[in-house]
Write a protein that binds this ligand. Sequence first.
Ligand code: ZN
Length: 144
Amino acid sequence: MSDSGKSNSGPPGAPPADAPTKTYDASCHCGAFKYSVTASPPLDDPSAVLVECNCSICVSNGYLLIYVPNERIVFSNGSIEHFKSYSFGTKRMGHYFCGTCGASCMIRSKDPSFFTGMTCINARMLQGVEIEKLKRKSVDGKSF
Ligand SMILES: [Zn+2]
């Protein structure tokens, strides 16, 4: 995830407001956290990709990420404040996981000037998605 894209008016990675979307139910493994995620493009769209990054935390957690505006994540059980969180290095990113089952659900910037308004969602938590069939894009986060 780079710092570029500051020329965009919206947050980096934010989809156009009128782009097609699809809403997925998601939860951690034990169900303490339940939320819906509205992805754009829909994950069955040919242009959809899951980001697979080679940095230490992404490899440890097995993250397959999509980027979603914060307001397109709606909790029906729990909230982002109720997750356990982990930060390391520059402590710019918060990694949010369930304190009961340990499922790594999402990543959000703690730096208001970086990746503003966006959340990295671990697509492995989404229901009704054949995750092994989706396209993956490798990101060399280890080198950032
Ligand atoms: Zn859980």
